[in-house]
Write a protein that binds this ligand. Structure first.
Ligand code: NAX
Length: 329
């Protein structure tokens, strides 16, 4: 648009927020000729920290940053936004049951769904980063029935980018040469990173074979990607933030400006594609066209090896859906 794009970011004083804001304000999301207005949301106790982030944003003197709104009121934050990046939520603590996380964070997405429904434009594009991201998307949609399901997505681009990075490293090539990687399912340790349909410039044979065969996938690549978040926590004593912010930026940019024919992974509403149960938010291969439209790529080859893993992660999401809806019914 001619006017600034209004982008809401929740949890803006958190780690991912801190890494995401400069990406948006240096044009990595919408380019250098598109102005942006930031609508930043935090919980009341974090407003002072947020005011420090706002000071830093001002001190960057970003040419495309038009205005900043910082608030603890979600209705004020979400009013008329074009894009809502829902990052703010509670991290899972050691020993915390998944169900406990679901009820704690589910309450956030329940509330924000109702408010987005009331005050945001029906065209708003929503990406959920806060965990459990897929099921938070389902909860938000349940309480925001006026917002089309196609406008609500959850982030699996980090897992996708991790897989692209690993393939390039293993094959000794550039990430730019890797195409057709897919993350199927949940943003959790059941996700299935799939390279069976991938193509890599300079490699004419199957990428599975080039990587070391099914054995390598099973014993090394899949556990590496599934456990990468935990490896980063172990090394950094903090969860991934730079790479998560970068992935969130890639997700929104490709969704709104188009993926130029490339396949990317997004967790989106399932209408039964690839025999995945309808109504859950499942990570699929998608292609995006300019203007915020995406289509799930159909007809990819699904081996028995892939099928079993696609179904296992779908089963986990179905269980999460039951657990989430049981809180509300
Ligand atoms: P931080 O704890 O650093 O920041 C979260 C921020 O959210 C805090 O400042 C907190 O005050 C705020 N917050 C909490 N409840 C809120 C609410 N109701 N409204 C507005 N703000 C609220 O966590 P960070 O490392 O930034 O991670 C944020 C979320 O991303 C976590 O749930 C994390 O699990 C999730 N992640 C998801 C990833 C994905 O690929 N989908 C990858 C990275 C990350 O682990």
């Amino acid at each position: 648009p001619d006017r600034p794009i209004r982008v809401a970011i929740t949890g803006a004083a958190g780690q991912i927020g801190y890494a995401l804001l400069p990406l948006i304000c240096t044009g990595r999301m919408f380019g250098m000729s598109q102005k942006v207005s930031l609508h930043l949301l935090e919980i009341t106790p974090a407003l002072t920290a947020l005011s420090g982030v706002v000071m830093e944003l001002e001190d960057c003197a970003f040419p495309i940053l038009d205005s900043i709104l910082a608030t603890d009121d979600p209705a004020e934050c979400f009013k008329d936004v074009d894009v809502a990046m829902l990052v703010g939520s509670f991290p899972r603590k050691a020993g915390m049951e998944r169900k406990e996380l679901l009820s704690k964070n589910g309450a956030i997405f329940h509330g924000q769904g109702e408010i987005l429904e009331a005050v945001a434009s029906k065209d708003v594009k929503i990406v959920i980063v806060g965990n459990p991201a897929n099921t938070n998307a389902l909860i938000l949609s349940y309480f925001a029935k006026g917002i089309p399901v196609q406008n609500i997505s959850a982030l699996t681009r980090l897992d996708h980018n991790r897989t692209v990075g690993l393939v390039a490293k293993k094959l000794g090539t550039s990430v730019a040469n890797v195409e057709g990687v897919v993350i199927w399912g949940n943003h959790s340790s059941t996700q299935y990173p799939d390279v069976s349909n991938a193509k890599v410039k300079g490699f004419s044979q199957s990428i599975v074979e080039a990587m070391g065969g099914v054995e390598y996938l099973e014993e090394a690549m899949i556990p590496h990607i599934q456990g990468r978040g935990a490896s980063i926590i172990a090394a950094r004593k903090l969860s991934s933030a730079m790479s998560a912010a970068n992935a969130a930026c890639d997700h929104v940019r490709d969704w709104l400006l188009g993926s130029n024919g490339r396949i990317v992974s997004m967790a989106v509403h399932s209408s039964g594609e690839y025999d995945i149960p309808k109504g859950i938010w499942y990570s699929f291969p998608v292609q995006c066209s300019r203007g915020g439209k995406f289509t799930i790529v159909q007809g990819l080859n699904v081996s028995d090896f892939s099928r079993a893993r696609m179904d296992a992660t779908a089963k986990e999401l179905t269980e999460e859906r039951e657990a989430a809806l049981s809180l509300y019914q």
